[in-house]
Unconditional design. Sequence first.
Length: 162
Amino acid sequence: MPYTWTTQPNAQTQIMQLKPHESLPPRGMAAFVLATFTLILLPTLGLLGTPLLWGLLPFVLLAVWGIYFALQKNHKQRQITETLTLTSDQATLVHAKPNGEITTWECNRYWAQLHIHKTGGPVPHYVTLKGMGREVEIGAFLSEEERITLYNDLHTALKKAD
Protein backbone atom coordinates (compact mmCIF):
# COMPACT_ATOMS: atom_id res chain seq x y z
CA MET A 1 0.00 0.00 0.00
CA PRO A 2 1.25 3.49 -0.74
CA TYR A 3 0.17 4.63 2.71
CA THR A 4 1.35 3.75 6.19
CA TRP A 5 -0.15 4.14 9.65
CA THR A 6 2.00 4.98 12.64
CA THR A 7 0.87 5.29 16.24
CA GLN A 8 2.56 7.73 18.59
CA PRO A 9 3.85 6.43 21.96
CA ASN A 10 0.86 7.91 23.86
CA ALA A 11 -1.41 5.71 21.66
CA GLN A 12 -3.83 8.62 21.35
CA THR A 13 -2.39 9.86 18.05
CA GLN A 14 -2.44 8.01 14.75
CA ILE A 15 -0.65 9.36 11.68
CA MET A 16 -1.25 8.16 8.13
CA GLN A 17 1.20 9.10 5.35
CA LEU A 18 -0.01 8.80 1.74
CA LYS A 19 2.31 8.97 -1.27
CA PRO A 20 1.73 7.99 -4.89
CA HIS A 21 3.35 4.75 -6.00
CA GLU A 22 6.36 5.26 -8.25
CA SER A 23 7.17 2.22 -10.35
CA LEU A 24 10.26 3.77 -11.95
CA PRO A 25 12.91 4.97 -9.46
CA PRO A 26 15.58 7.47 -10.59
CA ARG A 27 18.19 4.74 -11.28
CA GLY A 28 15.63 2.81 -13.34
CA MET A 29 14.81 5.97 -15.30
CA ALA A 30 18.49 6.52 -16.11
CA ALA A 31 18.84 2.91 -17.24
CA PHE A 32 15.71 3.19 -19.40
CA VAL A 33 16.90 6.39 -21.10
CA LEU A 34 20.37 4.86 -21.74
CA ALA A 35 18.84 1.65 -23.13
CA THR A 36 16.50 3.67 -25.36
CA PHE A 37 19.40 5.76 -26.66
CA THR A 38 21.43 2.62 -27.37
CA LEU A 39 18.57 0.86 -29.16
CA ILE A 40 17.80 3.93 -31.28
CA LEU A 41 21.46 4.22 -32.30
CA LEU A 42 21.83 0.55 -33.34
CA PRO A 43 20.22 1.03 -36.77
CA THR A 44 22.46 4.04 -37.44
CA LEU A 45 25.69 2.02 -37.09
CA GLY A 46 25.57 1.30 -40.81
CA LEU A 47 25.59 5.05 -41.44
CA LEU A 48 28.91 5.69 -39.67
CA GLY A 49 31.17 7.83 -41.82
CA THR A 50 28.36 9.13 -44.02
CA PRO A 51 26.79 12.58 -44.05
CA LEU A 52 23.39 10.95 -43.53
CA LEU A 53 24.38 10.12 -39.93
CA TRP A 54 24.70 13.85 -39.15
CA GLY A 55 21.25 14.42 -40.63
CA LEU A 56 19.64 11.75 -38.43
CA LEU A 57 21.59 12.43 -35.21
CA PRO A 58 19.66 15.58 -34.17
CA PHE A 59 16.36 13.69 -34.46
CA VAL A 60 17.71 10.77 -32.42
CA LEU A 61 18.90 13.15 -29.71
CA LEU A 62 15.58 15.01 -29.78
CA ALA A 63 13.67 11.73 -29.29
CA VAL A 64 15.87 10.71 -26.34
CA TRP A 65 15.55 14.19 -24.80
CA GLY A 66 11.75 13.98 -25.20
CA ILE A 67 11.63 10.68 -23.33
CA TYR A 68 13.88 12.03 -20.58
CA PHE A 69 11.84 15.24 -20.27
CA ALA A 70 8.53 13.34 -20.05
CA LEU A 71 9.86 10.96 -17.38
CA GLN A 72 11.32 13.83 -15.34
CA LYS A 73 8.04 15.78 -15.50
CA ASN A 74 6.08 12.70 -14.41
CA HIS A 75 8.50 12.12 -11.51
CA LYS A 76 8.11 15.72 -10.30
CA GLN A 77 4.31 15.60 -10.53
CA ARG A 78 4.25 12.45 -8.37
CA GLN A 79 5.86 14.28 -5.42
CA ILE A 80 2.53 14.60 -3.60
CA THR A 81 2.17 13.79 0.09
CA GLU A 82 -0.88 13.72 2.31
CA THR A 83 -0.66 13.38 6.07
CA LEU A 84 -3.72 12.60 8.15
CA THR A 85 -3.29 13.01 11.90
CA LEU A 86 -5.97 11.64 14.19
CA THR A 87 -5.80 12.60 17.85
CA SER A 88 -8.39 11.81 20.51
CA ASP A 89 -10.42 14.89 19.54
CA GLN A 90 -8.97 16.30 16.29
CA ALA A 91 -8.55 15.21 12.66
CA THR A 92 -6.02 17.11 10.55
CA LEU A 93 -5.19 16.55 6.88
CA VAL A 94 -2.14 18.24 5.33
CA HIS A 95 -1.83 18.04 1.52
CA ALA A 96 1.56 19.01 0.05
CA LYS A 97 1.60 19.57 -3.71
CA PRO A 98 4.68 19.16 -5.95
CA ASN A 99 5.02 22.95 -6.33
CA GLY A 100 5.42 23.35 -2.56
CA GLU A 101 1.87 24.57 -1.89
CA ILE A 102 0.47 23.19 1.36
CA THR A 103 -3.22 23.05 2.25
CA THR A 104 -4.56 22.07 5.65
CA TRP A 105 -7.95 20.84 6.80
CA GLU A 106 -8.89 20.46 10.45
CA CYS A 107 -12.05 19.17 12.11
CA ASN A 108 -13.29 17.83 15.42
CA ARG A 109 -12.83 14.07 15.07
CA TYR A 110 -16.32 13.37 16.37
CA TRP A 111 -17.92 15.46 13.60
CA ALA A 112 -15.67 14.29 10.76
CA GLN A 113 -17.63 12.44 8.09
CA LEU A 114 -16.05 10.02 5.66
CA HIS A 115 -17.67 9.60 2.25
CA ILE A 116 -16.96 7.42 -0.76
CA HIS A 117 -18.42 8.54 -4.08
CA LYS A 118 -18.63 5.40 -6.19
CA THR A 119 -19.54 7.48 -9.26
CA GLY A 120 -19.69 11.18 -9.99
CA GLY A 121 -16.24 12.07 -8.66
CA PRO A 122 -13.12 12.78 -10.70
CA VAL A 123 -12.14 9.13 -10.19
CA PRO A 124 -14.20 6.03 -9.30
CA HIS A 125 -14.57 5.40 -5.55
CA TYR A 126 -13.56 8.99 -4.70
CA VAL A 127 -12.88 9.33 -0.95
CA THR A 128 -13.58 12.58 0.90
CA LEU A 129 -13.57 13.86 4.45
CA LYS A 130 -16.17 16.41 5.46
CA GLY A 131 -16.26 18.69 8.46
CA MET A 132 -16.21 22.34 9.52
CA GLY A 133 -18.13 23.26 6.37
CA ARG A 134 -15.49 21.85 3.99
CA GLU A 135 -15.18 18.64 2.06
CA VAL A 136 -11.65 17.59 1.10
CA GLU A 137 -10.37 14.72 -1.03
CA ILE A 138 -7.95 12.17 0.28
CA GLY A 139 -5.96 9.68 -1.77
CA ALA A 140 -7.25 10.73 -5.21
CA PHE A 141 -3.91 9.61 -6.70
CA LEU A 142 -4.38 6.03 -5.47
CA SER A 143 -5.73 3.21 -7.63
CA GLU A 144 -9.39 2.24 -7.37
CA GLU A 145 -8.69 -0.81 -5.18
CA GLU A 146 -6.37 1.21 -2.95
CA ARG A 147 -9.06 3.90 -2.46
CA ILE A 148 -11.58 1.23 -1.39
CA THR A 149 -9.07 -0.17 1.14
CA LEU A 150 -8.25 3.38 2.29
CA TYR A 151 -11.95 4.07 2.87
CA ASN A 152 -12.31 0.91 4.98
CA ASP A 153 -9.17 1.72 7.01
CA LEU A 154 -10.26 5.33 7.60
CA HIS A 155 -13.77 4.22 8.54
CA THR A 156 -12.31 1.89 11.19
CA ALA A 157 -9.86 4.53 12.47
CA LEU A 158 -12.50 7.26 12.76
CA LYS A 159 -14.91 4.92 14.57
CA LYS A 160 -12.29 4.19 17.26
CA ALA A 161 -12.95 7.68 18.62
CA ASP A 162 -16.60 6.82 19.36
